[in-house]
Design a protein around this ligand. Structure first.
Ligand code: ATP
Length: 378
């Protein structure tokens, strides 16, 4: 079959020491990344970390100041965008309003003067990919936002690019539709075997769809791994704060190096990333789902219930500790203690679930960071 002749590198993307400056600003900083053929890889990070610039350099809309970019094993730096075996889907899907769905999808083929019969066949195939063949004769305005985005996808897939670049394609959709589309996109990608490089600042989106996630920070990759691995073993406080939620407690590293002394006592845990020397500032991190609340006498950090939220299968409880620190606990609803505001509780966790990090890099904008003040609250 045809696939036997295809080189094993088809669809692979290699970014090799790429740097991109805009004036004095460094958007991408000596970044290297290997995307495997057929992989769904997400570039995840906050606004301004260089995701879009990286994607645009793969597409050929931007040119790196240093480094090389290879697609399917060949350097593409000397190729204009339309000669690269990639296609891009943007957040603003920009369908032509006066053309039908089929005409929108066929547009690129028409430009390239592909014969009419072949155009019809390939449009049908591309619309089948996104299950919208029945909508071929409608105008874009007669479609929902999700359907319009699927048409944009099918337009990008019609040339069967070996790599599809997606820049926040679901950001404009409302939450429920976005979640449906995440699943659909993942299934489509698996079915086609196309390499996807997906840009998002939404960690839940990256976790739910990706084979691997590259967590970016200031033009570099801070961690690259499978979603479960990144979630369980973040390599830094930055990654830990960006993926999932964390309770952060600031302190200084204990003499033996295996715990952080904090205002609420010593917190033992495993180091994520490089160890910090004894006596130096560090942060302990415990995820809300690892904090169990107990009542009555016993071990744990005492606090007072601030608020209780019923989230369906989980119960989320905010606990005030000391003067101005808050811990978040999430417990399976069926086994959670029934607590109310102002109840006195103990926060209990297993040392195996706590992680210790260098204190640097926790974004102040991270809304889900619950942190004791750096001075220990004293
Ligand atoms: P966002 O999610 O907001 O798009 P991003 O992670 O995709 O962010 P980039 O758009 O790649 O980030 O931008 C990286 C940095 O480069 C930012 O500081 C940005 O201001 C800067 N930058 C990007 N494009 C240009 C440009 N054309 N001219 C000048 N600076 C730019």
């Amino acid at each position: 079959t045809a696939t036997l002749d295809a080189p094993a590198t088809t669809g692979a993307v290699r970014i090799d020491g790429v740097t991109k400056h805009y004036g004095a600003a460094t958007a991408v900083d000596d970044l290297s990344l290997d995307v495997q053929p057929g992989e769904f890889l997400s570039l995840l990070g906050p606004s301004g970390c260089g995701k879009t610039t990286t994607l645009r350099m793969i597409a050929g809309f931007e040119f790196p100041d240093a480094g090389d970019i290879l697609i399917s094993g060949r350097s593409v730096l000397n190729l204009p965008p339309y000669r690269r075996e990639v296609n891009t889907v943007f957040q603003a899907y920009a369908l032509f309003p006066h053309l039908t769905v089929a005409e929108n999808v066929a547009y690129g083929l028409q430009q390239r003067r592909v014969p009419k019969a072949e155009q019809r066949e390939r449009v049908s195939e591309a619309l089948d990919m996104v299950q919208l063949r029945a909508f071929a004769d409608r105008k874009p305005t007669q479609l929902s936002g999700g359907q319009q985005q699927r048409i944009a996808l099918s337009r990008a897939l019609i040339n069967r690019p070996s790599v599809l670049l997606l820049d926040e394609p679901l950001a404009a959709l409302d939450r429920q539709l976005r979640e449906e589309m995440q699943l659909e996109l993942k299934l489509l990608q698996a079915r086609l075997g196309t390499t996807f490089v997906f840009v998002t600042h939404d960690q839940a989106e990256a976790l739910s769809m990706s084979d691997r996630i590259a967590v970016m920070r200031a033009g570099r990759i801070e961690q690259l791994d499978a979603p479960a691995a990144i979630y369980a073993e973040p390599a830094s406080a930055y990654v830990a704060s960006f993926i999932g939620q964390q309770n952060f407690v600031h302190g200084t590293v204990r003499a033996d190096g295996n715990a952080v002394d904090t205002a609420i006592g010593a917190i033992s845990g495993r180091w994520g990333g490089e160890r910090v020397a004894a006596g130096q500032p560090a942060v302990a991190a415990i995820r809300p789902e690892h904090i169990r609340l107990e009542q009555g006498e016993g071990a744990g950090v005492p606090g007072r219930v601030l608020g209780v939220s019923h989230l369906g299968e989980t119960l989320q409880v905010a606990v005030r500790i000391g003067e101005d620190a808050t811990f978040l606990s999430r417990m399976p609803a069926p086994t959670a203690p029934s607590v109310g505001v102002d109840d006195v509780v103990r926060c209990v966790w297993s040392a195996a679930d706590a992680r210790l990090f260098a204190a640097e890099g926790i974004p102040t904008t991270a809304t889900h960071v619950i942190t004791l003040p750096k001075d220990g609250g004293r």
